[in-house]
Design a protein around this ligand. Structure first.
Ligand code: HEC
Length: 503
């Protein structure tokens, strides 16, 4: 972490930037600076007051960024003038919490029809669906064609889209919170699907007459491809093991039988019986990975041949350095931890500049956000001179989490919040919870085994509480004690033995 005075400086100046600097190239007053080993970057604001921009794409014919906003709008930001035009307001988007207008892709060949591909949730006859829709993309998007419509759910709807180097549509779908879809090769959820541009099945797909290209996924939030054709995804784990995967045809990535690395006896046994592919990076505690962009330019040489990943829970950009052959992640640096809030989407444009967007007005804002001006599209580009103290990326910390408070913040606070107040209709408060202050065994079983769709004080929560049985008895006892003593709960501590007897 950087000393707090820098983070305060940034927060203050971001607020200042918002009032006077939008789209102005006034570097001294209007930028923050980032110092890499040999390159200095300027961070500027290109658009503000947006409503959860979920995906950013580059329109190379207009030097513009086309972006989706989760409630159902497609907008275009002219990078020269800063003008934003609304291209589409989709009437059939079903937006609630994580659901809505999500991933998109632009296909812009020189001399034939350009297309815009969108992925969004809709509701009909009380059922939720995820739709892959193609628009003709001329000055305005027209002529929508639904290419695929698959089951959706109140969570885990993915999704991202890319057009691959070989001109296919790749759609990363969520498992729709189903326990069976991801491992069912005939279901289209929890998969990377591969389609021709017209929605038909490519003749060279790995399974004949099937869209399925790779399987065994939970909820992918990032998808990108390197110039040599390697496909990478980012994916949300459950309570542990968020992942980066290198996608290969017909590989099975294991969910829900295996989480992340093959590191428990049960997982090793499953992977020995039938091949399963490990992620190339996993994170516990989770970071909530989101947008992913391959950076191939040498304009920012330190980042060349890296994956740029945005994160929601850990509120940062991660620079994931790839090995020369692109099959491993050999370095990680963290930029802007906890400065700008949740970061959702990232785009490397052909001239080597990087754009990314915040997601502070979404369903699960972190404390202190949204700020005035959220949500924002930022730009990073090389510059010659810094007019204030630059920010530097930090290395990931591997420090042991010592006490109940640190463990709570790492494993529980993203949902139940630092102050234990939860999020209405998504995550129950732990402050004043009878489960927390009541029977020790009841509380420990909730933490060890998770819980779903229980009614608490008459309210139903739409998300699930994952199992934390991977934590040690000591760690669970510390967390349980912390939440019983704090948040005005005033209940007694819990012993390691009590945890052991509930396993
Ligand atoms: C991914 C989000 C998430 C995380 C992380 C999470 N929880 Fe929960 N938790 C929930 C949800 C959702 C519920 C309600 C489950 C239900 O409806 O049955 C819940 C319920 C609970 C309850 C019962 C509350 C009541 O009054 O009914 C307790 C206690 C609890 N969680 C403790 C914890 C602890 C301790 C941690 C960290 C080790 C944790 N949770 C991490 C989502 C989460």
């Amino acid at each position: 972490m950087l000393p707090t005075k820098y983070s305060t400086a940034l927060v203050i100046s971001v607020a200042f930037v918002l009032s006077s600097c939008l789209n102005e190239d006034k570097l001294p007053e209007c930028a923050e600076f980032v110092k890499l080993d040999n390159t200095l970057l300027a961070l500027t604001i290109e658009a503000d007051n947006l409503d959860v921009p979920w995906d950013l794409q580059y329109d190379r014919h207009r030097d513009a960024i086309v972006f989706s906003e989760i409630a159902g709008k497609i907008k275009r930001l002219n990078l020269e003038t800063g003008q934003i035009d609304t291209l589409l307001s989709l009437p059939d988007v079903y937006h609630m919490r994580t659901l809505g207008l999500l991933g998109m892709a632009i296909y812009q060949p020189e001399n034939s029809q350009n297309y815009l591909f969108l992925s969004y949730t809709s509701m009909s006859n009380d059922s939720i669906y995820s739709n892959l829709v193609r628009y003709d993309y001329d000055e305005q998007p027209t002529n929508p064609q639904v290419l695929l419509k698959i089951p959706g759910s109140t969570g885990h709807n993915g999704s991202r889209i890319i057009i691959s180097n070989d001109q296919k549509v790749l759609w990363a779908t969520g498992d729709a919170a189903s326990e069976t879809y991801a491992q069912d090769s005939t279901a289209l959820n929890g998969k990377i699907l591969r389609l021709n541009l017209d929605g038909s099945i490519p003749y060279d797909n790995p399974l004949a007459n099937s869209f399925v290209y790779a399987w065994g996924f939970r909820n992918m939030q990032g998808l990108t491809q390197s110039p040599d054709g390697k496909i990478y995804t980012s994916e949300h784990g459950d309570a542990i093991e968020d992942e980066i995967n290198w996608i290969r045809p017909l590989h099975n990535y294991g969910w829900p039988q295996i989480e992340g690395m093959h590191d428990t006896d049960k997982e090793i046994a499953i992977a020995t019986n039938s091949p399963r592919t490990e992620p190339i990076r996993s994170w516990t505690p989770v970071v909530a990975p989101a947008g992913l962009a391959y950076y191939g330019s040498d304009k920012i040489p330190e980042w060349s041949s890296s994956l740029l990943l945005t994160t929601l829970k850990s509120q940062s950009i991660r620079i994931l350095k790839l090995s020369d052959n692109g099959t491993e992640i050999v370095g990680e640096q963290i930029l802007f931890p906890d400065y700008l809030g949740r970061i959702r989407s990232i785009l490397a444009v052909p001239n080597g500049d990087v754009y990314f967007s915040t997601s502070n007005k979404d369903w699960n804002p972190q404390s202190g956000f949204p700020k005035n001006g959220d949500d924002i599209i930022f730009r990073l580009r090389p510059t010659k001179k810094a007019f204030k103290l630059p920010i530097t990326p930090v290395e990931p910390e591997t420090k042991a989490l010592k006490n109940g408070k640190e463990l709570y913040q790492a494993y529980c606070a993203s949902c139940h919040k630092d102050n234990g107040k939860g999020v209405p209709s998504s995550f129950p408060p732990l402050s004043g919870s009878a489960v927390v202050t009541g029977s020790e065994d009841g509380l420990l079983r909730t933490i060890l085994y998770g819980s779903t769709s229980k009614k608490t004080n008459g309210s139903q929560f739409n998300e699930a509480m994952p199992s934390f049985s991977f934590l040690s008895n000591e760690e669970i006892a510390s967390i349980a004690t912390y939440i019983r003593i704090n948040f005005e709960n005033n209940a007694g501590p819990i012993s390691n033995d009590r945890v052991r007897s509930n396993r």
